[in-house]
Design a protein around this ligand. Structure first.
Ligand SMILES: *Cc1c(COP(=O)(O)O)cnc(C)c1O
Length: 364
């Protein structure tokens, strides 16, 4: 069998090896139904148990309050860009405030403008999306239907250390690329969502956590699939949910609970992995240039540049020889992007740090 690399892909991204091994073991037949999870009815007792366990794990890991629903939807992050304004804006709430901290926030604001008024509460494009705002820098409208932000901008590698402290009770967060990397106070949010393929599973499922009073904003005129209230009432079974993806989310959240020991532990592991790489950048700042300002640095996506495109290519090639893969930066930012989500072992970050130190000694 091919040896597994340390995979620094931004998404779809690395999954915990014990999770893949478990899925492999059970792939042909689950104990009860004696068929693959992909071959059984979503309304079977066996699958209902899997989805209930996935939801219970998420509720336990994040201490989700009882007045919130947890939904498993499809359509990725993109569909949420549209579903959020379609459901949360309307006759009562015409406008929403969007914080633009990177490419994903910009995409979401553009989509929302099709359904309501979008006010920009902060725009980091002048500084090339290298930082997140402080609370004092926000320009929010008192009557906005919600305030939308992206907790971790995956492409630029900038992340909020804490959610913005705002008066508006309807804080909406795209947590696609840092969901469950640390504990979160869900009660501060109206809605938090994450497509699975960065940090909690494979592509195909999106988890939405929504405060139940907000479900009353969903108009019955909406197409059924676009309506949060109908999904909540149907327990995410309005139609066939992405069964295999939900099954893997169940295994990943089992791993977080049982192998890692919860999100406090996960956070401290993530902090130590990120520190290895940022220290290497800072200690060789004549060679490496980090994209994000130090106080906005992401624990999940470490984005940095080398002195030239030639050296960047050479770095990526040498990394590949050492079994460190998928390090090329996004085309809009260039350089290197090392995505070190929950599933990246500390040893993978250490191996990359070692290469960074060695490479700069040889080529600096
Ligand atoms: C990847 C990503 C998205 C888009 O997700 P899709 O599932 O590809 O639609 C949205 N927001 C963030 C922060 C992401 O990292």
């Amino acid at each position: 069998m091919t040896q597994r690399a340390y995979n620094f892909a931004a998404g779809p991204a690395a999954l915990p090896e014990p999770v893949l091994a478990q899925a492999q073991k059970e792939l042909l037949a689950l104990p009860g139904p004696r068929a693959s999870v992909m071959e059984i009815s979503h309304r079977s007792a066996a699958f209902k148990e899997i989805m209930a366990a996935a939801e219970a794990n998420i509720r336990r890991l994040l201490a989700v309050p009882d007045n919130y629903s947890v939904l498993f939807l499809q359509g990725g992050g993109r569909l949420q860009f549209a579903m959020i304004p379609m459901n949360l804006l309307g006759e009562q709430h015409h406008s929403a405030d969007y914080l633009l901290t990177g490419a994903w926030g910009k995409h979401a604001a553009k989509e929302a403008a099709k359904f309501g008024e979008v006010a920009v509460g902060w725009d980091g494009s002048d500084s090339k999306f290298t930082q997140v705002p402080t609370d004092a820098q926000l320009d929010l409208s008192p009557d906005a239907g919600y305030v939308y932000y992206v907790s971790n901008e995956t492409i630029e590698g900038v992340q909020f250390a804490n959610e913005p402290q705002i008066k508006n009770s309807t804080l909406v967060c795209d947590a696609s690329s840092d969901f469950m990397h640390k504990p979160l106070d869900i009660s501060r949010y109206g809605l938090v969502y994450a497509c699975a393929q960065k940090n909690i599973g494979p592509a195909g499922a999106t988890v939405v956590i929504i405060r139940n009073d907000l479900l009353e904003r969903s108009s019955s005129e909406l197409p059924a699939y676009m309506n949060y209230k109908l999904h909540a009432e149907a327990g995410s079974m309005m139609n066939t949910p992405p069964t295999f993806a939900v099954y893997l989310i169940r295994l990943v959240t089992d791993w977080l609970l049982n192998d890692i020991g919860g999100l406090e532990k996960m956070h401290s592991i993530n902090q130590s992995k990120a520190k290895l790489l940022y220290d290497a950048i800072d200690q060789h700042s004549d060679f490496y240039e980090g994209h994000a300002q130090p106080d906005s640095r992401s624990l999940m996506n470490v984005v940095f540049r080398l002195p030239s495109d030639e050296l960047t290519k050479k770095f990526i090639a040498e990394a590949d020889e050492k079994n460190l893969t998928a390090l090329g930066g996004h085309r809009s930012v260039g350089g290197i992007r090392a995505s070190i989500y929950n599933a990246m072992p500390v040893a993978g970050a250490e191996a990359l740090r070692d290469l960074m130190v060695e490479f700069c000694k040889k080529n600096g």
